[in-house]
Ligand binder design. Structure first.
Ligand SMILES: NC(=O)c1ccc[n+]([C@@H]2O[C@H](COP(=O)([O-])OP(=O)(O)OC[C@H]3O[C@@H](n4cnc5c(N)ncnc54)[C@H](O)[C@@H]3O)[C@@H](O)[C@H]2O)c1
Length: 353
């Protein structure tokens, strides 16, 4: 299979890892680098032995570029994806897909109208422990899912908000207009993605409370969400970037036949059924997982979809649904009431020629 020639756009914090893992995927090569910060782009192009492009338009015109990998601030995802699609380039875009559903829909329409594929970097679902959790649930470890709880607490210092660890320091993360929101849309969107992925359920009704209590930002640094997934399961989501000294990161999912705990060291499962060769009625720990590059796995899945003309494993539907949950959660607090999460209606987006 020919490698996909990917133009890297954005040479900031995550772009470095994305480019490295794209090469590691073995199915793609770096066809060039562009960033409005020319120095950062030149340095990165040099490190990758790839061409430097001095404008996005030049990269999009190049016949040596099949796709672009956009690692740029959220408010640019829409326009840069639409431009790429119109130039006939496939698009790998960082999460979230965009800041609003209407922006996301414009991107999806542009890709469909121009016959190019799009994926969004929800690659944490390729973590081996997440794949294992999905398999255990599919094998029936939990029975019918009835409850779930996500808890992510960490601390982001002032430097985070001014982009101190980036090659291009900028405070876009603190801006509601540029980032679309705070900890939920920026970081915890991954947890929303893989909870949907492993349970096969989607948020249906949501109510949230959020605030900015300890950060130099317009966007939230703490959020608590109550929600329903599917018809019956009820759960909660608690996240913040202002908890000092006691980082916490765990997901619990439970059902009529068992419970699952996902934490930084691995997984724990209790089931009333014999699952995965384990005795029922006991807690089993799964700790040893191989070290894999989840971003490289995401790139591999995308390249395979381009080659086989199929929907990428992290599809635009997944990305739209993720954003639908996030934006509805934000809206619910603004309206002080529980809201129904909208469903993706494909015909509206796919009927465009
Ligand atoms: N998947 C993950 O785990 C993960 C982690 C961190 C960030 N991200 C996402 O990656 C994206 C970028 O985040 P970051 O932390 O790397 O930000 P960053 O600020 O470090 O880098 C952004 C880069 O975009 C460049 N840029 C800005 N405007 C541009 C334009 N018009 N054209 C070209 N380049 C432009 C900046 O100069 C900068 O180098 C965001 O979508 C963010 O949510 C994903």
């Amino acid at each position: 299979m020919d490698t996909l020639r990917i133009g890297v756009v954005g040479a900031g914090a995550i772009a470095q890892r994305n480019a490295r893992d794209t090469v590691a995927s073995g199915v793609a090569t770096i066809a060039g680098v562009f960033d409005i910060n020319h120095k950062a782009a030149r340095d990165m192009a040099h490190d990758l032995s790839a061409p430097f492009f001095s404008s996005y338009e030049d990269m999009l015109k190049s016949e040596a570029v099949d796709a672009v990998l956009l690692s740029v601030p959220h408010h640019l995802h829409r326009s840069m994806t639409v431009q790429a699609a119109e130039a006939g380039k496939h698009v790998l875009v960082e999460k979230p897909i965009a800041n609003t559903l209407s922006e996301a829909e414009e991107m999806i329409k542009a890709c469909n109208a121009n016959g190019v594929k799009m994926t969004v970097n929800y690659s944490f679902r390729y973590l081996p422990k997440i794949l294992k959790a999905k398999q255990l649930i599919e094998d029936g470890a939990l029975g019918e899912i009835t409850g779930f709880q996500t808890c992510i607490q960490q601390y982001k210092n002032r430097g985070y908000w001014s982009g101190a660890s980036s090659n291009s320091p900028d405070n876009w993360r603190a801006s509601k207009a540029k980032c679309g929101g705070g900890f939920l849309i920026m970081t915890a969107c991954h947890n929303v993605d893989y909870l949907y992925y492993i349970t096969g359920l989607k948020g249906t009704r949501v109510y949230s409370e959020y605030a900015t209590l300890g950060s130099p930002a317009e966007v939230e640094d703490i959020i608590s969400i109550s929600y329903r997934m599917g018809e019956r399961a009820v759960g909660s989501f608690s996240a913040s970037s202002i908890m000092r000294g006691m980082e916490q990161k765990e997901e619990r999912i439970w059902g009529t036949n068992g419970s699952l705990l996902i934490h930084p060291e691995g997984l724990e499962m209790y089931s009333t059924r014999p699952i995965d060769g384990k005795r029922p009625g006991k807690v089993h720990k799964f700790k040893k997982f191989p070290n894999v590059s989840w971003t490289a796995e995401w790139v591999k899945g995308f390249v395979n979809a381009v080659r086989s003309d199929t929907m990428p494993p992290v599809s635009y539907v997944d990305a739209w649904e993720n954003l639908a949950f996030i934006t509805t959660a934000y809206q619910s607090m603004e309206e002080r009431r529980a809201l129904t999460v909208p469903e993706f209606i494909s015909t509206q987006l796919e009927s465009v020629a």
